[in-house]
Design a protein around this ligand. Sequence first.
Ligand code: DAH
Length: 337
Amino acid sequence: MLTDITAARDAALTQIAAAATLDEVALLTTRLAGKKGELAQLKTKLGALETVEEKKAAGQAINEAISTVGDSLDTQREVLSSAALAEQVESERIDLTEFTKRPARGHAHLVTQAWERLEDVFIGLGFQVVEGPEVETDWHNFEALNMGDGHPARGEFDTLFVDHIPPEGNAGETLLRTHTSPVQIRTMLESEPPIYIVAPGRVFRRDTPDATHMPVFHQIECLVIDRGITMADLAGTIEAFTKAFFGAGFNSRLRPSYFPFTEPSAEFDIQRPNGEWIELGGSGMVHPNVLRAGGLDPEEWSGFAFGFGIDRMAKERHGVEDIREMYTNDIRFIEQF
Ligand code: DAH
């Protein structure tokens, strides 16, 4: 009997040592070490033994064999599971070396760069930055700027009207602002002079895109209202801005022009160090009708205003041939700036 037990134990140990997977170990566990396993089955033969001593010795030997086999199963299970884990870790390993190179950092779009630099320069000159809505009323965009119904200058602004009936007012009088000038009116109505503001923002015109036009573009508006403001303040501010923004080698000039919202009006140009003049924008002394629309007494207050395109400026600064390039979002173009 004792020989049978030893043989069964050794056979079990050999099988366990040969198990190559955790599944096999699981099967062997039930078959060999379970309550009804091969070793436990040997206990049924105990009854055939004659003496109590023999039964006792054999029972003990069976229990020892079960315990040895159990230990061996535990060991084999551990060995195989750490091997399985190692294999899993290896198979799931991710190659992170590509991240040791820093990813390329993006940067602000060139229009945003120009916009932010303009704000910086004007803040440096003592101006505040304000904003106005992109969806405007006909009144703010035209009427209050001295362009009443039927004014011929309205024709120059190819206006996009919005299909919206406002709570007050009439249908067909809501539009996408065609310039940033309506922010002049809103600022005058909402704050007390002295006013020294710039208002950058998006504007809209019913234009077909071409090399120099986009239906959506950006402007910056400047408005100064104070006592005793003259054309000399306008010229001096434009000159100071030109030097601060473009550099000491640049000059500015005013050229007589016409805008309904200013009187007198001037276009302003800047001169590159190579002598070349570039048209930048419109300007002038705020028209008395505009001051009145803004709730101010023209006898007490005077002011100047100017406005120009931000995209145009970015285009000039970087020598971009076609303004549409700035909006195609081709990374090869954008990365150059
Ligand atoms: N709003 C004008 C435009 O879009 C530009 C302009 C001209 C703004 C004269 C001004 C100004 O403030 O005084 O064409």
